[in-house]
Design a protein around this ligand. Structure first.
Ligand code: SAM
Length: 311
């Protein structure tokens, strides 16, 4: 459980006097407090429940997401609806996937209260975002304040299963944001960076402080924006390439020749695949880009065929 003894307190920027007249109303500390009390919500760490209580943060996320007015946005974990309201103002449609039945059930009513004219533009799906493979509408972008403990698997799962997702912006723990966006040679570079790079280009789009959430997390959050691109050209499948990445980073201090031995069927086989892929067998995984792993997986498959071994 997170520390829910404190009630949400006004964060900077939600002072109604500072918001220009005509700006659509978003959820602030007062509204979050009212909803949480009504629903008897006790935010849990297990579900990464930290709700945004600051309208300016919502406006910043929505602006950074560069949503086209015709788009269908997928939001994971709408919670009490803070971001959902901002997204409905910017997009044609929002499909919100929430795992917590209490929150999923309340969301349409919150939207009807705050944006009656847009209520029909929202679909709420009660589901685990790590398992969902079908949605009522095909989303073109992903914008979410993600549950922190599952942020990377959720992003990878959604990019795999919803090829229509062309771009997006997600808020995650700041260190996870750095890992997703890192390039080779960086100390935070690793499995999330490489697997994310299979699907698209990830870019750090800012840091968000702790006091805009209730309950306040102990660490800052980072924004990551992404644009989908074509995966590397290779005859190896995505899961074969990902298996090579997993093997290389399971023993990241070892040379690739040693680290990939188990995966390739021996150190010599690993060396042959690496050389065929044009990669130095003495290098470490942290120096390689996704295209290198794609070539390594392909070379191993080809070597397997040459030896009559199933790849
Ligand atoms: N979007 C809201 C906001 O910004 O205030 C809430 C964000 S909160 C960090 C994460 C939300 O994700 C919570 O509502 C939580 O219940 C939900 N959640 C956690 N795990 C989930 C999962 N596997 N699938 C879908 N939703 C999940």
């Amino acid at each position: 459980m997170t520390d829910d003894s404190q009630t949400p307190r006004s964060a900077s920027g939600q002072d109604p006097e500072q918001i220009p007249r005509g700006t659509p109303r978003l959820l602030g500390a007062t509204e979050i407090r009212r909803l949480a009390t009504e629903l008897q919500v006790r935010p849990t760490k297990t579900l990464g429940q930290n709700f945004v209580i600051d309208g300016n943060t919502i406006r910043r996320i929505v602006a950074a997401a560069r949503i086209d007015p015709g788009e269908t946005v997928l939001e994971v974990g709408p919670g009490l609806g803070s971001l959902t309201l901002g997204l409905l103002d910017a997009a044609h449609r929002v499909v919100a996937v929430e795992i917590d039945p209490k929150l999923a059930e309340r969301l349409p009513r919150t939207i009807s209260e705050f944006r009656p004219a847009l209520a029909s533009h929202l679909d709420v799906v009660l589901a685990d975002a790590m398992r969902v493979t079908e949605l009522p509408h095909e989303p073109t972008s992903l914008v979410a304040n993600l549950p922190y403990n599952v942020a990377v698997p959720v992003v990878l799962h959604l990019l795999e299963h919803f090829p229509g997702l062309q771009h997006g912006l997600v808020m995650v723990q700041d260190e996870v944001a750095d890992r997703l966006c890192a390039g080779p040679g960086n100390k935070t570079y690793g499995i999330p960076s490489l697997k994310a790079a299979w699907y698209g280009r990830m870019r750090k789009a800012g840091v968000i402080g702790m006091n805009v959430f209730w309950p306040a997390p102990k660490i800052s959050s980072g924004l990551v924006s992404f644009e989908r691109h074509e995966p590397p050209r290779t005859t190896a499948s995505r899961s074969e390439v990902f298996a090579a990445i997993d093997a290389a980073f399971a023993q990241r201090r070892k040379t690739l020749r040693a680290a990939l031995a188990g995966w390739a069927g021996g150190a010599d086989a690993a060396e042959r695949a690496l050389r065929a892929a044009g990669v130095d067998p003495q290098a470490r995984g942290e120096r390689l880009v996704i295209e290198d792993f794609a070539r390594i997986a392909e070379a191993r498959n080809l070597a397997g065929q040459d030896h009559g071994v199933e790849a």
